[in-house]
Design a protein around this ligand. Structure first.
Ligand code: PLP
Length: 421
């Protein structure tokens, strides 16, 4: 039996209609920005394997560090015990985050990082004896697939089967100069009920790489601050260089109360989630009253191997060489965007740092389930490029190690596709 046949017999894949989808492609190995299938066919990973891979696959330095750690300490319960990789990672992360972030809470993926942040905010008010219980979020937001994270995500085809079970959230549009006054009024009218505001800063990834301005977000956050609404900045996707700077926070002046990280945190090698918070949040849980404890944890909290991968990845990220690679991708994207902006098939082209998104002009409008999406996916794969369009939006967010030559190949295939679809 082939790997594909054995897969079909036993595996249920994520975000996949198992009845209709074409068989998954077995990948045997990976290196740099390439994936290799059973026949040694090379595929350029233009989406960083679901937005996680930062420095390239199986990066030798990360491999070396994780292997050494595996021989030393694989895993240890993180209640009552601690270890150096977790401590050092917390120190190194806090050193480059907005300086109001004071404590690190570990979990193991982006959804759990958001769950933890939500529970910290809701319990913050509970511990203070203030009845603020509602959450504010963006209409098109995406924060993960567990129930709390789903609740604060926009309602969509993905959440439809569960909508009646999701907790109530006040949804607002992303800010622009026109709607800002109305958004502020709305926030003020709910302020005494609002525990927190959770948002994807600058780029709403899953919604189709929708982008909005840092100045407007700043103004909105300033208002949340004034109304004592706690701010949860979900940088699960935008963190670690994607926006051209280390964090989306580096484009903003208002500092959030809590931040969430995952995806690129380990350079995309291992699962790990981080929620950080201010001293104000942390101190609201310090008490002789046991009820004020944060009763949350996961079996693999702060796994030493994941923490080590994150330490190695962070070290690579901060090297000047990597920062230059990031800047180079930003410039190339910019040049290409200008080149295709007026193409009749291009409805919109937008960029934030290393993230470039192109919205296709279609007769049928936008749908995650559009035929165009599947046609484009198949087309690029046929050309040896992994793209995963969100409806009629294709996007490139490559590992930072991508060469100019491979970027040029991706751009050339996009231009060719613009003439076909
Ligand atoms: C992917 C993502 C999540 C969820 O992370 P998982 O590790 O897939 O659970 C949360 N927030 C944002 C902004 C994301 O892009």
């Amino acid at each position: 039996m082939t790997l594909t046949e054995r897969d079909g017999n036993s595996i249920w894949h994520p975000y996949t209609q198992q009845l209709k989808s074409s068989a998954p492609i077995p990948i045997i190995r990976a290196g740099g920005c390439y994936l290799y299938d059973e026949n040694e066919r090379r595929i350029i990973d233009a989406v960083s394997s679901w937005w996680v891979t930062l420095h390239g696959h199986s990066h030798p330095y990360i491999v070396e560090r994780v292997s050494a750690q595996l021989k030393k300490l694989d895993q240890v319960i993180f209640a009552g015990f601690t270890h150096e990789p977790a401590i050092e990672l917390a120190e190194n992360l806090l050193a480059i985050l907005p300086n109001n972030q004071q404590k690190v809470f570990y979990s193991d993926n982006g959804s759990t990082a958001v769950e933890v942040a939500l529970k910290m905010c809701l319990q913050y008010w509970f511990n203070k004896g203030v009845p603020r219980k509602k959450v504010l979020a963006f209409r098109n937001g995406y924060h993960g697939d567990t129930f709390g994270a789903m609740s604060v995500s926009g309602r969509s085809a993905w959440t439809a089967p569960f909508d009646s079970l999701l907790f109530e959230v006040i949804f607002i549009d992303t800010p622009n100069p026109e709607n800002l006054p109305a958004l502020k009024t709305l926030i003020s009218s709910h302020a005494t009920d609002l525990a927190c505001f959770v948002y994807e800063p600058l780029v709403q990834g899953s919604a189709g790489m929708l982008m909005y301005g840092a100045a407007e977000l700043n103004e909105l956050l300033e208002h949340c601050n004034q109304e004592a609404v706690l701010m949860i900045q979900d940088e699960v996707f935008t963190g670690f260089g994607r926006t051209g700077r280390n964090f989306a926070a580096d484009h903003l002046t208002v500092k959030p109360d809590l931040m969430c990280f995952s995806k690129g945190l380990t350079g995309g090698t291992m699962p790990l989630g981080v929620t950080t918070c201010t001293a104000k949040i942390y101190e609201a849980f310090l008490s002789d009253d046991k009820l004020k404890t944060l009763f949350h944890g996961h079996s693999f909290t702060a796994n030493p191997l994941s923490c080590t991968a994150a330490l190695a990845s962070l070290e690579l990220l901060l090297q000047e060489e990597t920062q230059e690679k990031i800047n180079r991708i930003c410039s190339r994207h910019q040049e290409f965007a200008a080149l295709i902006a007026t193409h009749p098939r291009v409805k919109d082209v937008r960029q934030t740092g290393t993230i470039l998104a192109i919205e296709w002009q279609t007769e049928s409008g936008t749908s995650y389930f559009s035929d165009l999406r599947n046609q484009l996916y198949d087309y690029f794969l046929e050309k040896g490029i992994l793209m995963r369009p969100l409806g009629n939006v294709i996007y490139i967010l490559p590992p930072y190690c991508i060469s100019d030559q491979d970027l040029a190949e991706i751009y050339a295939q996009i231009r060719a596709a613009l003439e076909i679809f």
